[in-house]
Design a protein around this ligand. Structure first.
Ligand code: 13P
Length: 340
């Protein structure tokens, strides 16, 4: 393993730290601001990100930040490029290099990730500009993902990982199982057990060592429509499926991080707290952490409301959310279900 890859992996998986996903494309970020009744546009997106990144002591709880390509290239905090500002805090900087989704083979429901064209050159440039890692997201429905689709998605993810590794960048591989819908936890587990071996086989085919890669995954839980499983149940199910797919040990990924996938902030935080505690109790060896966008940002947007007078409160809400996210929850939850 190159010393750069090793250094980035160790930086990201420091105990009591996680990843902030701040890699929304401009159009997605504008939609997010609108959802919270905040004016959109370049200046507001830029100010919002500046508030996030300049939160005091960010580096005490955040070990990596994922940026979109435009933020990585241009955005500043004060007059310092964001990528340099974060690196000076000791935070690893990553870039989302996929190009979003397009219909798969004319399907109405399946979508494939774009972005392999020119990827090698982009990775090279990002590495030269100080990126330590990259991310590639695929979106996989729990119900209706055909074998052909899974193979295609896995092959493209492995091709992406190959280019990242060739350029000394740690690849985050994100086969996101979409949580929206009314599917059961059993269905989520079943789809995961089809996707994961396909991803590992595609990596092996490209001679990419998963020990140099990070898996970013959804929790193994129910679809969001009918309420969500308790943190205890989700943690147990997720670790059981990880064991079944041989993700614990030196043949799996270096580490695993979770996305929040539309779960409410408090639910996503309870899940990561519980899963970390259970992993420790059960001696699950692969490092686990969070890589949340919405679950970390929801409390900030609620406090900020687009007003300068609310900036300090928004940063306080962010800090408190991060502090919760890094704590382990050791108690057993009694309630079988929470939320709706
Ligand atoms: P959420 O935590 O909002 O699901 O986003 C994580 C992410 O990076 C999605 O690709």
């Amino acid at each position: 393993m190159s010393t750069t890859i090793e250094h980035v992996l160790k930086t990201i998986f420091q105990p009591y730290k996680g990843i902030l996903a701040a890699d929304e494309r401009p159009s997605s970020m504008d939609r997010r601001l609108q959802e919270y009744g905040i004016a959109d546009g370049d200046a507001m997106r830029s100010r919002y990100r500046e508030i996030l990144f300049s939160t005091p002591n960010l580096e005490r709880t955040i070990s990596g930040v994922i940026l979109s390509e435009d933020t990585f290239a241009q955005h500043t905090v004060g007059d310092v490029l964001t990528r340099d500002f974060l690196r000076e805090l000791g935070i690893a900087v990553g870039v989302k290099v996929d190009g979003g989704l397009e219909s798969y083979a004319g399907s109405d429901t399946l979508q494939k990730t774009k972005g392999l064209a020119g990827l090698d050159d982009r990775c090279k440039q990002y590495r030269e500009q100080g990126a330590g890692f990259t991310k590639w997201r695929s979106a996989i429905p729990v119900v209706g993902a055909t074998d052909d689709f899974i193979t295609t998605v896995a092959t493209d993810m492995a091709t992406y990982a190959y280019h990242a590794l060739q350029n000394d960048l740690v690849p985050i591989i994100e086969p996101e199982l979409l949580l929206r819908g009314d599917h059961t936890v059993e269905a989520t587990a079943e789809t995961f057990t089809r996707v994961l071996p396909a991803v590992l086989a595609a990596l092996a085919e490209k001679k990419c060592n998963p020990q140099q890669c990070i898996l970013k995954t959804s929790f193994i839980t129910d679809g969001l429509t009918d309420g969500v499983l308790s943190a205890d149940e989700t943690a147990k199910r997720t670790l059981a499926v990880f064991r079944e797919t041989k993700l614990d040990g030196n043949k799996g990924f270096y580490g695993i991080v979770f996305l929040s996938g539309g779960l409410e902030s408090k639910t996503a935080i309870a899940y990561i707290q519980r899963i970390k505690a259970l992993a420790e109790q059960e001696a699950f060896k692969t490092p686990l952490s969070f890589s949340y966008a919405r679950a970390l940002q929801e409390p900030v947007l609620l406090e900020w409301k687009g007003e300068e007078t609310n900036v300090l409160n928004a940063q306080l809400a962010f800090t408190q959310t991060l502090q919760h996210a890094i704590k382990k929850y050791k108690g057993i939850e009694e309630a079988p279900r929470c939320g709706a």
